[in-house]
Ligand binder design. Structure first.
Ligand SMILES: Cc1cc2nc3c(=O)[nH]c(=O)nc-3n(C[C@H](O)[C@H](O)[C@H](O)COP(=O)(O)OP(=O)(O)OC[C@H]3O[C@@H](n4cnc5c(N)ncnc54)[C@H](O)[C@@H]3O)c2cc1C
Length: 614
């Protein structure tokens, strides 16, 4: 019997299927139960929701909280803030929708036992900055996961979703997903009326600074493998702002967060000679972006820009001045705790490099680019907005439904709405779930249809790398290089090199141009051809193989978007060397792409940006 024939197939039918049990996925699972008491709610996760996603290690701050009960901020304020930080381009309807609901999410976390820091004088949540509140958040994810587990009909941990299923009777309607258990190798067919994709962002599409044995040390979680983008892209969902990759200024080598340092400890940066440098680049930046440099707070990308220019001028390294703040024992404790609840690796790196921030100002660096929709950038799917707030151009169905019927998204998956962070992603999961339940209820007895041919074809494709290995391995006496297959690690390194060199990664100083992007696309095409020769030694490598597929497709999307937008909208994130300036006349708009999986063609278009909040 063949490898495909003897493999067990597990069928799971549901009303709402949540793909990815991170912050947005847990929010979606929890809320689906609230609105759909009698519905079958299934959450499928490639790791274990207890400790999965970007919040796996915990967080030290919830970065999106309005504080409306104390009149600290209003949702409109947050829209203005995010719009400013993204150089004018955000989906204000989606951002407003999250901001008006996010406080209730945070209050739930508090109720469920997440230890929140309180201001001893006012009794309010302790602010780290205007939008951030401080938590003892090592157990943030288990707390959030517990509520999702109790709400779900079933949670399938250790099942990686590789493809979405499409309905055979209705064009452009999703019908579920398929994947495999990364421990048992069982094949899963999830048939569902609605699907919410909440599969996180994308690291490791650009070559990371840390390579070799240290390559897992990236800022964004190394297991964020672009499924959130590839799954919808494969079925023709429109994507937006995929060029808007993020580059972070972080502590060198451990990528420890700087937010608490800047905002709470009031530390600041200086160049190698002890000079303040940001103001030196003011005129030059103004030449590039006009009065966006005068906005307050200064957009994140422009602060990166000053950092990069100062480094290029030969006055690095840039350091965080911690020596002053760390003389205060309270601040010293907060400085260390900040890492222990969130990025322990940074404390370990400092220990290993003999850095005590009380006596040595630690170095900062800029990361390789990542793609995500929930942090300070907004790549992701083009989603329908809230009925009561979105302009007509942004509304074609249910809230957070993509351009494919029944397919919803939340968190890193959804584009156009930066600065949602953990609490906003969870909130968006809740919003998407409410809409998905309405969608399911409106379907009444209409069932999704999936033929055996559709899932059997996918089954064969999914497990092919195991077969490639079984056969190809015989041609090798020793070592890993085969004449007939490539391993996932080889493919990943090839992808990272292409993206790094041609699409604006670290070794190109984040610069690219049309000829480079064109060549990058040619090389990505060749890489894509070779993916049918991927080989997997075991189930773990099979997961790596499918993560690579997802990363490659998302990378292709990033490259097309970067080529389409002929301006440099976010200096500090990336530069178009052939179009070095911001161009508000032609490019104050969203970029949209759509992939045709039959032909492999991408279609690009512009969509208007509406400023709803004044
Ligand atoms: C280093 C770092 C620091 C941050 N700091 C803060 C902070 O201080 N405060 C704050 O509020 N926010 C912070 N954030 C942001 C916050 O973590 C994210 O906004 C949030 O986790 C996004 O939620 P999500 O559900 O979209 O993605 P995630 O939480 O990453 O969840 C995605 C889930 O999908 C699963 N998955 C992926 N692919 C598949 C697949 N193919 N099949 C099945 N499952 C899959 C993953 O395993 C994961 O569980 C930080 C993020 C990072 C990376």
């Amino acid at each position: 019997m063949s490898l495909f024939g003897r493999r067990k197939t597990v069928f799971v039918d549901s009303d709402v299927l949540v793909v990815g049990g991170g912050m947005a996925g847990c929010g979606a699972t929890y809320e689906s139960r609230y609105w759909g008491r009698d519905l079958k709610i299934v959450c499928v996760e490639k790791a274990n929701i207890e400790r999965s996603g970007a919040v796996a290690q915990g967080l030290y701050a919830i970065n999106c909280y309005m504080g409306m009960q104390w009149n600290e901020n209003q949702p409109e304020d947050h829209v203005r803030y995010a719009r400013n930080d993204l150089m004018g381009l955000v989906r204000e309807d989606l951002g407003y929708d999250i901001a008006r609901h996010v406080d209730s999410t945070v209050h739930k976390f508090d109720e469920w036992g997440l230890p929140m820091m309180k201001d001893p004088e006012t009794g309010r949540y302790l602010r780290e900055g205007k939008w951030q509140i401080m938590i003892h958040g090592e157990s943030y994810k288990p707390i959030v996961a517990e509520a999702a587990r109790k709400a779900a009909t079933e949670v399938y941990n250790r099942v990686m979703v590789t493809h979405l299923l499409m309905d055979e009777t209705k064009p452009n309607r999703v019908a579920g997903a398929v994947g495999f258990n990364v421990r048992t190798g069982d094949f899963y067919v999830f048939r569902s009326k609605a699907v919410i994709v909440a599969a996180g962002g994308a690291s490791h599409i650009f070559k990371p600074r840390a390579v070799g044995e240290g390559m897992g040390r990236t800022w964004y979680a190394p297991w964020s493998s672009a499924s959130a983008y590839a799954l919808p892209i494969m079925v023709g969902a429109k994507m937006t702002q995929m060029e808007n990759r993020i580059v972070l200024t972080r502590f060198k080598d451990g990528y420890g967060p700087v937010g608490a340092y800047f905002l709470h400890l009031k530390t600041y940066t200086e160049n190698a000679y002890g000079d303040e440098y940001e103001s030196k680049w003011y005129e030059q930046t103004k030449e590039l972006v006009g009065d966006y440099i005068d906005r307050q707070p200064v957009p994140t990308c422009l602060r990166n820009h000053a950092f990069l220019e100062e480094m290029k001028a030969g006055r690095g390294p840039i350091r965080m001045v911690t020596k002053e703040a760390f003389q205060d024992p309270h601040k010293e404790t907060v400085g260390w705790e900040n890492f222990l609840g969130m990025t322990i690796g940074q404390a370990v790196v400092w220990a290993s490099q003999n850095i005590d921030p009380k006596y040595i100002n630690p170095e900062l660096t800029t990361s390789e680019p990542y793609v995500m929709g929930s942090h300070a950038t907004c790549s992701g799917a083009w989603a329908s907005g809230p009925e009561d707030y979105a302009p007509a151009d942004y509304q074609w169905g249910y809230n957070r439904m993509m351009t494919v019927d029944g397919l919803f998204g939340a968190g890193d998956t959804v584009g156009g709405t930066a600065h949602k962070f953990s609490s906003g992603s969870y909130t968006e999961g809740r919003i998407a779930a409410k809409a998905a339940v309405n969608y399911v209820n409106d379907l009444k007895n209409d069932r999704v249809q999936v033929s055996e041919t559709q899932y059997q074809n996918l089954k064969e494709k999914i497990f092919q790398p195991l077969e490639n290995y079984r056969i190809g391995r015989n041609e090798i006496v020793a070592g890993t290089v085969s004449p007939s297959y490539i391993l996932p690690m080889h493919g990943l390194q090839r992808l990272e090199k292409i993206m790094d060199e041609y699409v604006g990664g670290i070794s190109a100083n984040y610069i690219t141009n049309d000829p480079m992007l064109t060549r990058g696309l040619e090389l990505l095409d060749m890489l894509k051809e070779d993916l049918s020769h991927l080989a997997a030694e075991d189930l773990h490598q099979l997961q790596r193989a499918w993560e690579l597929h997802h990363r490659v497709l998302a990378s292709e999307s990033v490259t097309h978007h970067t080529k389409f937008r002929t301006e440099t909208r976010w200096p500090g994130y990336y530069y178009r060397g052939d179009h070095p300036k911001l161009d508000d006349t032609d490019w104050h708009c969203f970029t949209l792409s759509q992939y045709d999986s039959e032909s492999g063609d991408w279609t690009m278009e512009k969509a208007p940006v509406y400023h709803i909040v004044d």
